[in-house]
Design a protein around this ligand. Structure first.
Ligand code: PMP
Length: 352
C-alpha cells in the first residue's frame, strides 16, 4: 500500500541526460561547457574551504547577488539564487501554480517543466512551436486558471530564439507570470533582463552550468522585480546554495573577460558544426545556444546515437511525440567535434 500522493504515483519522473560515472566518453549530451572555468573559481573555492564549513552559508548569497547586480544593471534585491536553475524553476512553480491550475509550456522544449507541473498536481498545457520555431499567437492567450508560462530562450532542443520584442508582447498579453528560461542566453545575441524592469510579470532565470562551465557546482539565479523576489524567497529552502558554491559562483561572474572569450570559442565551433552537419544532410536550425539540433528524415537517428555511444561519443537522441526525431549535440572542444563528426560520416556511409 502506497501513501504517496496519487499525482506522484502517476508520474513517470524526469529522467536527466546520461551522466556516466565510469569509462571515458566524449560527452556531448547535456550541454556542458568543454573548457575549464575561470581559474578564479578554483582559487575562491579553496580559500572558502580554508575558512571552514562549520557555519551555515549566507542564505541570501549576498556576495553573488551584489556582483551579479552590477553585471546585469539591477539592484541586488532583484535577484534570488538557487541550487542550479532547476531549483529556481522549482521554486517559481511552487510559488505560482497550485493543484488544478494550469502551467503553460511550448513544445518541443525542456521536459522538466511538465514534471514540475505534475509534482504540483497542476495541469500543463503544451503549445507547439510553429514549424520555423517561432512562437504561435495562442501561446499568449489564456484564462485565469493559467498561472505560469515557461519559455526557454534559446530553446532546447532547437537552439532557436524568440525575439525580445515578441517576448515583451507575449508577456503583455498573458494573464499570468512569464518565466523566460535563459539557461543558454550567454551564447545568444540578445537577452530579456531589461524587460523585467518594464513588466513585473516577466522573470528571467539563468544558470552558471553552461556559459560559466560550472555544471558540477550547481548555481543559478532568477531576476525579477523586488516584490516578486520577496514572494519567491518565502518558498526557497533556507540554505539552498552552499558556501563553496556561493564563493565559486561569485568569482565566476566577476570574470566577465573569461565569459567573453569562452563565448567566442563556443560560437566559432557551433558554426563549424552547423555547416558540416548541413553539408552531411541534416536539417539544422540556426542555434544561438551551445548545442545544435539535427534531424534527418529517412535516417535512423536512434541507431546513429547508439553507434556513437559504442564508439564512446555521447550525444542526446530525442523523439518528441508527433515530431521528427533528432540528435542534439553539445558544442565540445575542437578535437571532440572532429571525432564526433567523423564518426557520424562513417555511420551514415555504413547505411545507418
Ligand atoms: N533550463 C534549460 C532549458 C536547460 O536545458 C537546463 C539544463 N538541463 C536547465 C534549465 C537547468 O540547468 P541547471 O539546473 O544546471 O542550472
Amino acid at each position: 500500500m502506497s501513501f504517496v500522493r496519487p499525482e506522484i504515483d502517476a508520474m513517470a519522473g524526469y529522467v536527466p541526460g546520461e551522466q556516466p560515472q565510469a569509462g571515458k566518453f566524449i560527452k556531448l549530451n547535456t550541454n556542458e561547457n568543454p573548457y575549464p572555468p575561470s581559474p578564479a573559481v578554483n582559487r575562491a573555492i579553496k580559500e572558502r574551504l580554508d575558512q571552514g564549513l562549520e557555519r551555515y552559508p549566507d542564505p541570501m548569497a549576498t556576495s553573488f547577488r551584489m556582483r551579479a547586480a552590477e553585471v546585469l544593471g539591477v539592484e541586488p534585491d532583484w535577484i534570488m539564487c538557487g541550487n542550479g536553475s532547476d531549483d529556481i524553476l522549482t521554486i517559481v512553480t511552487r510559488a505560482f501554480v497550485g493543484t488544478g491550475q494550469w502551467l503553460r509550456l511550448p513544445t518541443p522544449s525542456y521536459v522538466l517543466y511538465k514534471t514540475l507541473a505534475e509534482i504540483q498536481g497542476s495541469d500543463s498545457e503544451e503549445i507547439a512551436f510553429n514549424d520555423d520555431w517561432s512562437l504561435p499567437t495562442e501561446f499568449s492567450t489564456g484564462s485565469n486558471q493559467l498561472r505560469l508560462a515557461f519559455l526557454p530562450n534559446p530553446n532546447s532542443p532547437s537552439g532557436t530564439i524568440v525575439p525580445k520584442a515578441q517576448i515583451a508582447a507575449a508577456a503583455d498579453a498573458l494573464p499570468c507570470p512569464f518565466l523566460v528560461d535563459e539557461a543558454y542566453v550567454d551564447f545568444a545575441e540578445e537577452n530579456c533582463v531589461d524587460l523585467v524592469k518594464q513588466n513585473d510579470k516577466i522573470l528571467v532565470s539563468r544558470t552558471l552550468s553552461k556559459s560559466y562551465a560550472l555544471a558540477g557546482l550547481r548555481f543559478g539565479y532568477v531576476v525579477a522585480q523586488p516584490h516578486v523576489i520577496a514572494q519567491l524567497l518565502k518558498v526557497k529552502d533556507s540554505y539552498n546554495c552552499d558556501a563553496l558554491s556561493i564563493a565559486g559562483a561569485t568569482a565566476a561572474i566577476d570574470d566577465q573577460q573569461w565569459l567573453a572569450d569562452n563565448r567566442a570559442k563556443v560560437i566559432k565551433t557551433r558554426k563549424r558544426m552547423t555547416d558540416k552537419m548541413r553539408e552531411i544532410g541534416f536539417t539544422v536550425p540556426d542555434s544561438q545556444a551551445n548545442f545544435v539540433w539535427g534531424t534527418f528524415p529517412g535516417r535512423n537517428l536512434k541507431a546513429l546515437y547508439e553507434f556513437l555511444k559504442q564508439n564512446r561519443v555521447l550525444v542526446r537522441y530525442m523523439h518528441y511525440p508527433n515530431y521528427e526525431p533528432g540528435i542534439r549535440i553539445s558544442v565540445g572542444g575542437e578535437d571532440q567535434i572532429d571525432a564526433c563528426l567523423m564518426l557520424i560520416e562513417t555511420a551514415l556511409a555504413q547505411g545507418i
